[in-house]
Design a protein around this ligand. Sequence first.
Ligand code: SAH
Length: 265
Amino acid sequence: MAAGILTLPCRGNMRIDTLTLFPEMFSVVGDLGVTGRARRLGLWSLHVWNPRDYTHDVHRSVDDRPYGGGPGMVMLAQPLESALDDALRDRGSDEVPVVLMSPTGRRFDQHMAQELAQGSGAVFICGRYEGIDQRFIDRRVTHEVSLGDFVLSGGEIPAMACIDAAVRLLPGALNDDESARQDSFNETTSGLLDSPHYTRPEVYQGLEVPEILRSGHHANIAAWRREQSLALTAARRPDLIEAARLAGRLTKKDEAFLKALKADA
Ligand code: SAH
């Protein structure tokens, strides 16, 4: 999947559709916390479709045994395809990424969250069991996205993770839009890890809040936070330092600090 491919021209608010056998799960992003508040503010909308509603047999089957044998069950193509047709009809357009959550997909990251937040939304397909009949994927899926190198029992949690990461970037979603810019991986802060945070009391269990954060000196505080970010990122994610360097996002001052850090080590 090429970078930038999740971006479509923004036609107003972000609309998320999701196909899932467990619609209740989506109340977590739809109703609670930052994402729930953003939805009530009308910054995004959520439409949940259950493939089980698109079955035609008495058992309302959504899965069957795998061809070729082996353990587990496989999701049937037809109920998914009928549910997707309804979702696209309801959107009034099929110009939308159809995203299958899958361990075999491209690993989700902050960059993809930003692309999703800038577009008009997506349809998320949540797999269950061993996965989905490949013919549905071949016919209808435009992107495959993984949450990471581990296997969950369903695509709902990964889909909700993608939705949450994108929604909190929508202007107005956080009480202070500045806070998303200060988060880890944000490209406007060079894609580094976030610096540590402290709140009251000033002394907790004998541990003091760093003096500088109490100084009220904004420039010094910003410089301290930058150094903390650089030090933490250099220790834990040297790959992010290298990426920031290659993208020309490290200042001379940053480089001098990193050099001193290395010399100290
Ligand atoms: N047999 C599959 C795993 C199936 S798990 C494999 O080994 O690749 C059932 C469903 O959970 C998948 O269809 C997918 O939708 C979802 N899922 C599991 N782990 C995931 C991950 N790391 N990222 C995204 N989706 C995942």
